[in-house]
Ligand binder design. Structure first.
Ligand code: 4NP
Length: 155
């Protein structure tokens, strides 16, 4: 079992999209039981709020429900509770290290660093471009799943 926490700023757009996309990809690969997946924000701004409607609609277009998810803030305890903490932008990684007291076990990574096109994922809450967010997050999740399952048949 690999425990993955996706992290963005507000936990209402990018990290919940990553959480539900990754879970969907894992389930379709017959690996639902191999992963525990969740998401959190570096900010408490959106605490308790549901996934932002345009992000929810983008997931729904692809047959993915995010019902029941509400935003929460990353805590220091998450560092021990998860094997991987995956941020969307380089500056999230800095905030994640601040909140968790560093990253001594090397658990923190940026999502698109698993792809051939390492980059930050721009915030669709500001850009309004949920199509690009979907494309980038989906490619990152695919690459992460591939990375975690490579050479590990039957995990
Ligand atoms: P997210 O987007 O980090 O992808 O969830 C944002 C949502 C809310 C805010 C910023 C970014 N905000 O400032 O409230």
């Amino acid at each position: 079992m690999t425990r993955i926490l996706f992290v963005c700023l507000g936990n209402i757009c990018r990290s919940p999209m990553a959480e539900f996309i990754f879970r969907d990809l894992a389930a379709k690969a017959g690996l639902a039981q191999a992963f525990e997946v969740a998401s959190a924000g570096t900010s408490s701004e959106e605490y308790g709020n549901p996934v932002y409607p345009p992000a929810r609609r983008k997931l729904a277009e692809h047959g993915i429900s995010c019902a029941g998810k509400t935003a929460r803030q990353l805590t220091r305890a998450d560092y021990g509770a998860y094997d991987l903490l995956i941020g969307m932008e380089a500056h999230h990684l800095a905030a994640m290290r601040r909140i968790c007291g560093g990253d001594p076990a090397g658990k923190m990574h940026r999502l698109l660093d698993y792809t051939g096109q390492p980059a930050d994922i721009a915030d669709p809450w500001y850009t309004r471009d949920f199509d690009t967010a979907w494309t980038q997050i989906e490619s990152g999740c695919r690459a992460l799943l591939e990375h975690l399952t490579r050479d590990k048949e039957g995990i």
